[in-house]
Design a protein around this ligand. Structure first.
Ligand SMILES: Cc1cc2nc3c(=O)[nH]c(=O)nc-3n(C[C@H](O)[C@H](O)[C@H](O)COP(=O)(O)OP(=O)(O)OC[C@H]3O[C@@H](n4cnc5c(N)ncnc54)[C@H](O)[C@@H]3O)c2cc1C
Length: 304
């Protein structure tokens, strides 16, 4: 997915890498999402969520990089490495141009012709001799080898110390795969007749949806189509994002608009939307007919 592709490309410089992706290619195949029984927008495609998300791109802030202990120079080089392939300056037309305190202008993974670039593009960096990508290849379980004391568990594809399995299946997929492999809360494992490899009570816990409030504002005249290019960062850590120009307000059955698996390319219409509870506090009167998205994100959250 979004994290796994750049990781695979990087590792392929010095190792032999096999990528298993349950979905298909993002190049030309529109079938890229999976609802997995619930209303959500999980990616099922090489490149993962970067193939279906809103395309807002931003570096993490310096204090975040310091707090998590990253090497700031390496982080800078990594951002530049990503940005060369998938980050573009957004056009910033009328509905994205309300500058005020706390407003952050992001990059976009849409290029100036409106084409989406994704994490799969980062595989261009890979050493082709070091990388194999299997599509439509779902991992069902990781097989662990437990040592004779029963205390240490290792997972590897080939015998030997110098290989490993990295799980990068998304915030829902990674814990799911661990639990299917016997690593998770013991009660859950037993309830599903899964052999316990390791009782790890935190796997799959503390998950929650990112709350979002949307305000849709109809316009009597067509307005430009724009996705999220600026973000208002509030003092209390919520973000306000805006989009305009698509028919965000009326959805057919089981279609939840911009942030839905059913999302389609926005066409110019007379509707646009904003999304947030505090919109009138943060948007000046002259631009009150925009649509913003408010989400629970910490100020330093990295948006790769
Ligand atoms: C609607 C929406 C809008 C968003 N907007 C933005 C935005 O504007 N900017 C931003 O920065 N972020 C945005 N995000 C968030 C961002 O897209 C995600 O945080 C990011 O894609 C997560 O990357 P990941 O690598 O952790 O997981 P994913 O990108 O989801 O990758 C996981 C991959 O693993 C595969 N997989 C899962 N299980 C298995 C298995 N068992 N076997 C094989 N393969 C498997 C999946 O098919 C998928 O390709 C948005 C997300 C959504 C859903």
């Amino acid at each position: 997915g979004t994290a796994g592709c750049p990781l695979a490309a990087t590792l392929s410089q010095n190792a032999t890498v096999l990528v298993l992706e349950r979905g298909g290619s993002p190049y030309g195949d529109p079938n890229i999402t999976s609802e997995d029984g619930v209303i959500n927008a999980r990616a099922r495609v090489l490149g993962g969520g970067s193939c279906l998300n809103a395309g807002f791109y931003s570096r993490a802030e310096a204090d975040y990089i310091r707090d998590v202990g990253w090497n700031s120079e390496l982080a800078k080089q990594s951002y530049e490495w990503v940005e060369k392939k998938v980050a573009f300056q957004p056009p910033m037309k009328q509905w994205q141009s309300a500058h005020m305190y706390g407003t952050k202008v992001g990059g976009s993974i849409f290029d100036t012709a409106g084409h989406r670039h994704t994490a799969a593009d980062l595989l261009d960096y890979a050493n082709p001799d070091g990388l194999t990508v299997l599509l439509k290849a779902t991992a069902h379980k990781v097989l662990f080898h437990t040592d004779s004391t029963g205390a240490k568990h290792r997972a590897y594809l080939n015998s030997g110390a110098h290989n490993e399995i990295i799980i990068s299946a998304g915030s829902l997929g990674s814990p799911q795969l661990l639990i299917l492999s016997g690593v998770g809360p013991v009660d859950q494992l037993k309830a599903h007749n899964i052999t316990v490899v390791l009782d790890q009570p935190m796997v799959g816990q503390l998950m929650s949806d990112n709350p979002m409030n949307a305000v849709f504002v109809p316009s009597p005249v067509p307005v430009e189509v724009s996705l999220i290019e600026v973000v208002g960062i509030t003092h209390f850590g919520s973000y306000i994002e805006a989009a305009s120009g698509a028919n965000f307000g009326s959805f057919p059955d089981n279609d939840y608009g911009l942030f839905s698996p059913k999302v389609r390319t926005p066409q110019p219409t007379t509707q646009f939307y904003i999304n947030l509870r505090q919109i009138l506090t943060f948007i000046p009167k002259s631009s009150r007919s925009v649509s913003c998205r408010r989400s629970r994100q910490s100020r330093g959250r990295q948006r790769p």
